[in-house]
Design a protein. Structure first.
Length: 310
């Protein structure tokens, strides 16, 4: 099996919630959300973990999370910052945060040399999702074939919060399971009569609950870094009038690569249920879900007890 790297995009921790609330404990032994992703990845065969963080949270992140992961796996840290720009570009006035998920992954180009997965730090993805991706990337899937990527697809009905709207990438695929495109819908909500979305806060349109949905669980080969490096300057030029808020996002880059026939993205379907901390009220539900998974034997009560690098 090929060497596999897990990239955890954690630079947004703190900025979205005010303080490091995403690393408040949810597990019985003080585990945080991303502990379960790292544990599942290592169990599936990944052998290197790369955390993308910001300089201002580096010390606390390393102390509260990094140290225990370092005892279990080869671990690296990459800093994402606003000033990581191509030659000839400067930070625009009014810009406060880094440039999005595609820039975050690009920042890892010197830390990753194997097929890799990129995920969010504050989402729970499920054990079988990591197993499916490891099988694809490491055993005759994308390994060694440039542009052969994958995405774990979740059923829309399994990705919603009970406490408000969510933004999701609703996917279109071929009958053979290849991704054709992603439509980013910013306000999706479950109602008594079905799942709906709105673009104007007035008209709610129905969605198929079985639609495959992207939760930012991507599998790539290292040739993606070259594409990101080429496309970042083009993104900055195309968004010159709105650089204060424009986001260089990985789903949009993937969509471009598909349209240009430079990538094939396989949808790896999963029945896993997503859990996250989109709203503060989501945390107790997450804690209950973890207790149930521990009781069912999916996870030990203490993820990292007795762990050490192989």
């Amino acid at each position: 099996m090929a060497s596999l790297t897990l990239i955890v995009m954690a630079a947004g921790i703190g900025s979205r919630y005010g303080g490091l609330k995403q690393i408040d404990p949810v597990g019985p032994s003080g585990e945080v959300v991303l502990d379960y992703s790292v544990y599942d990845a290592l169990r599936a065969g990944f052998d290197r973990i790369v955390f993308i963080i910001r300089k201002d949270i580096e010390t606390e992140f390393r102390d509260r999370i990094g140290r225990r992961v370092e005892r279990a796996a080869d671990t690296a840290y990459v800093l994402q910052s606003l000033d990581q720009l191509p030659p000839g570009f400067a930070i625009p006035a009014g810009r406060k945060k880094p440039w999005g998920t595609a820039q975050a992954i690009l920042a890892c180009r010197d830390a990753v040399a194997s097929p890799f997965v990129a995920i969010n730090a504050d989402d729970y993805y499920g054990r079988t999702a990591f197993e499916a991706m490891a099988g694809y990337l490491g055993r005759g899937g994308a390994a060694g074939r440039p542009g052969d990527f994958a995405m774990v697809g979740y059923r829309l009905e399994n990705t919603l919060s009970e406490h408000g709207t969510v933004a999701r990438g609703v996917c279109r695929g071929t009958a053979d399971g290849d991704l054709v495109g992603i439509r980013e819908l910013l306000k999706i909500k479950r109602f008594p009569d079905g799942i709906k979305h709105t673009e104007n806060d007035a008209d709610w349109l129905p969605l198929d609950p079985a639609s495959w949905t992207s939760m930012n669980f991507w599998g790539f080969t290292p040739d993606l870094f070259g594409e990101l490096e080429r496309r970042f300057p083009a993104f900055l030029r195309a968004n010159e009038a709105r650089l204060e808020k424009a986001e260089f996002l990985i789903p949009e880059v993937v969509g471009e690569l598909i349209r240009e026939r430079l990538a094939r993205v396989r949808i790896l379907p999963t029945r896993e249920r997503w859990f996250g901390v989109t709203y503060p009220e989501d945390r107790p539900l997450f804690q209950t879900a973890v207790r149930e998974l521990v009781a069912a034997g999916v996870y030990p009560p203490d993820l990292w007890a007795g762990t050490a690098k192989a």
